[in-house]
Design a protein around this ligand. Structure first.
Ligand SMILES: [Zn+2]
Length: 494
């Protein structure tokens, strides 16, 4: 047996403006496993530990699993979650060593009730336990807010290179291979971080179009291919609704050798990101504006997919905003589907009424009616499910999604999926498991910013992006930031 390596997945993307703290139950709803139970819990899925396991088998590592935890984005992570998640990593580091190396899958935008820069604190505490000489590799989401503390205590940083994110396993394998070279003494990696006073940039990290993100990724890959000292270049678009000083896009170069060289590379890439800061490939429509746009689109096969980026639970929004749904109902759409409204009270009412029942409900707008008042609706229950299915799309393939008690309410020509739990609608199975075939609809609405494209772009006739003004709005002036470094683009600097 070769190197002994500590590993874990402990991730969250925290919207600090959300009133809903992130609980242990939120993790259990997605994935939460400990120690030797981790490999079975994530087997066959898109989750990062599978990439670590792959390299561990190739390199004959003795792998020590600690935790695999991931939850839908929401408000600050509760102390109990930190205690069991970070706690599992610290305890193994203290009691199951000595280790030759550590590879952790983090998000890079976790805020807990106690720590604004939770991953920085996690790495610092871990470093205090294992000492300065054990190499630590971390993988990050492409939407990480990389802090100085994270860059100081990690020797290797590798973020995803796709948005929609479909390369979690490949990213973890890349980080693990660099860690293996480090443990063999072939390289001595250090992380060099560059940022600018930007809240947002790199076209939100989208990799589906020609934009500053894909241009920098191409440069990074070419550089890695020709410069053996550049072990990896990690590009981060940042996670905007996080009210703390180190929010925003960044570039982290993991280099072997003189710091000045790699700092120069990181600064050059970040300079490009700054120069291109105004680039945004999306046109954001208001909800009513999107309804008007529908009539101008040519007919054809497949639905028009309307994505409400502002009520995207994948960015920590509540998923119960009624602005877009109301606009669709007011427009009298036919052959439409809506995925989805998170409203546990209504979901239970509908599941109790049963398929075929005619019901009146008060739907949505319950967490914060500022994002749309509850709608008084009458319709027929078209389906009732337990809300559990295995995702098949490129984003979450192999991961079990749990919406809790779920029903479809048909109101006029709109089939509304009403779920008990918040989740970003990225999978066709959110509809098909409830008897709705989205490919046969004229209009399909999803609460998602960009991840939906992985599964829905192939069936879509056309895509419209809506900012209806809910919590994850792109109108950043509406968010009550208090703790940013200032001045910052786009709030103070154009
Ligand atoms: Zn992301």
């Amino acid at each position: 047996m070769g190197f002994r390596v500590l590993t874990g997945l402990f991730a969250h993307e925290t919207n600090t403006f959300s009133q809903l703290n992130t609980t242990l139950e939120n993790y259990r709803d997605f994935v939460l496993a400990f120690g030797d139970d981790v490999p079975d819990a994530i087997a066959g899925s898109m989750l990062e530990p599978n990439g670590v396991i792959q390299v561990a088998e190739e390199a004959d590592w003795d792998l020590v699993h600690t935790v695999a935890g991931w939850a839908t984005p929401s408000g600050p992570v509760e102390r109990e979650v930190w205690d069991v998640g970070a706690g599992a990593i610290f305890e193994a580091a203290q009691t199951q060593g000595p280790f030759d190396g550590i590879v952790l899958a983090l998000h890079g935008a976790m805020t807990t009730v106690d720590h604004a820069d939770a991953e920085g604190v996690l790495l610092q505490e871990l470093r205090d336990i294992v000492g300065p000489d054990i190499p630590i590799a971390i993988t990050l989401d492409l939407h990480a807010n990389v802090t100085r503390l994270m860059a100081r205590h990690a020797n290797i940083i590798c973020a995803f290179r796709t948005y929609p994110h479909t390369d979690q396993v490949a990213t973890a394998a890349r980080a693990s291979r660099i860690l293996d070279r480090t443990m063999k003494g072939e390289v001595v990696p250090r992380v060099h971080l560059a940022r600018r006073n930007m809240l947002v940039g790199l076209d939100h990290g989208r990799t589906t179009v020609d934009n500053p993100m894909t241009q920098l990724l191409a440069r990074a890959e070419a550089l890695e291919g020709k410069d053996p000292g550049v072990l990896t270049v990690s590009l981060h678009a940042g996670f905007t609704p996080a009210d703390f000083p180190e929010v925003g896009p960044s570039v982290a170069v993991t280099g072997d050798g003189p710091a000045a060289r790699y700092r120069t590379i990181a600064e050059a890439y970040m300079h490009f990101a700054w120069e291109q800061r105004h680039f945004d490939s999306n046109e954001y429509l208001g909800a009513a504006e999107a309804m008007g746009r529908l009539s101008t689109l040519v007919d054809g096969a497949g639905p028009v997919v309307i994505a409400d980026a502002s009520d995207n639970p994948g960015a920590g929004a509540y998923g119960d905003s009624t602005f877009l749904l109301k606009a669709m109902l007011d427009a009298g759409l036919e052959q439409a589907a809506f995925g989805m409204i998170c409203d546990p009270e209504t979901a239970v009412q509908l599941t109790k009424a049963g398929v075929g029942a005619d019901v009146s409900v008060r739907m949505g707008g319950k967490v914060d009616p500022a994002f749309g008042q509850p709608l008084e609706l009458s319709g027929q229950v078209a389906a009732v499910t337990d809300g559990t299915y295995v995702a098949q799309g490129p984003r979450w393939r192999g991961v079990i999604q749990r919406l809790g008690p779920t029903a479809v309410l048909r109101v006029g020509g709109v089939d509304i999926v009403v779920a008990s739990k918040r989740i970003q609608c990225t999978e066709l199975e959110t509809f098909t498991h409830a008897g709705i075939d989205p490919s046969q609809k004229a209009v399909v609405a999803v609460k998602s910013m960009h991840h939906f494209r992985a599964a829905f772009a192939p069936i879509a006739r056309h895509i419209l992006i809506v900012d209806s003004g809910a919590l994850a709005t792109k109108d950043y002036n509406r968010l009550p930031y208090k703790n940013l470094r200032r001045p910052i683009f786009p709030l103070d600097i154009n």
